[in-house]
Write a protein that binds this ligand. Structure first.
Ligand code: NCD
Length: 301
């Protein structure tokens, strides 16, 4: 596999191999340096903390180097009117692989069409975020010990949140998982994902009561309301704060259950939840490094 564009590329045996590799990366000695001399470019047209830094940390831990623009919308020639195609054609001459985030759905696919080196989609607008979905499923595997037969609750902005879109699609590679969507009316999961789940026989339903949904959940995946995608502040404020996971909500989650969140969090998980051992979101963020190490190793080999 050269480029990492969308979760449709991933099949179960490949996922199992990747997770085993990520386990190996967790314990990789610092002097192993399997990608010594290689260069990763991180080109981000949209803000990011975790995704960009974990890609860069992953490359450095593999012994490679990084060149980066963290605000390509303003700090690259995009502001002078350069097209994505021209920029990426050129960057592909400077690096051995490119991790790229863009605000437009489809921009990464355009970059792929002109790039000589592997491109990893680090999020394209409200479209997909495939490497996040991989680290999310890896986190479930690592925390719970299985990825089949699970009740998974997705909460928050399911319309604009690309992480829940990609994770839902990736769950088609598991067996017998059931998904519960909990979202304010204005940001319910879009039909394209629901149709894809139906076509693969993944059971899903919508639930308005978060506490009820948390009873019997193995995984509760909370998300931020994607403020930047709303037409107006008023539309955003109308849905913000509808579903908050706080200490009271945690009394509804089984002892073996976990809370995940791609982060950043605004106020949809109360800080009081952070010390609960079931709060897995900071461990999840750290897993991003191991999964991205495994991915980079693969596309660079
Ligand atoms: C998410 C993203 O950018 O889609 N963050 C991430 O990559 N970990 C989620 C978000 O911005 O809410």
């Amino acid at each position: 596999m050269k480029h990492i564009l969308a979760v449709d590329q991933f099949e179960r045996p490949w996922l199992e191999g990747l997770f085993a590799e990520a386990d190996r990366m967790r314990a990789l000695p610092r002097d192993a340096a399997p990608q010594r001399g290689k260069i990763l470019a991180t080109i981000f047209y949209e803000p990011s903390t975790r995704t960009r830094l974990s890609f860069e940390s992953a490359m450095i831990r593999l012994g490679g180097n990084v060149v980066s623009t963290e605000n390509a919308r303003e700090f690259s020639s995009a502001i002078k009117g350069e097209t994505v195609e021209d920029t990426m054609r050129m960057v592909s001459g400077y690096a051995d692989a490119i991790a790229m985030r863009h605000h437009e759905e489809g921009a990464i696919a355009r970059a792929v069409s002109v790039s000589d080196v592997p491109i990893l989609n680090a999020g394209d607008g409200p479209g997909e975020h495939p490497t996040q979905a991989l680290l999310d499923l890896y986190t479930i595997h690592h925390e719970i010990g299985q990825i089949d037969d699970l009740n998974i609750v997705m909460v928050g902005d399911l319309k604009y949140g690309r992480t829940v879109r990609s994770l839902s699609l990736l769950l088609r590679q598991t067996n017998n998982c059931k998904i519960t969507f909990v979202a304010p009316d204005a940001v319910r999961m879009r039909d394209d994902i629901k149709d894809a789940l139906d076509a693969s026989g993944v059971l899903w339903h919508e639930e308005a009561d978060l506490h009820a949904a948390m009873e019997g959940a193995d995984v509760v995946y909370q998300t931020r309301i994607q403020k930047e995608r709303f037409a107006s502040e008023a539309d955003y404020l109308a849905v913000k704060g509808t579903y908050v996971i706080d200490a009271e909500a945690m009394t509804h989650l089984p002892q073996h259950g976990i809370i995940m969140h791609p982060l950043p969090r605004v106020d949809e998980i109360a800080v009081e939840v952070d010390n609960d051992p079931r709060a897995a979101y900071f461990r999840q963020a750290r897993n991003g490094v191991y999964v991205r190490m495994a991915l980079l190793n693969q596309v660079l080999s």
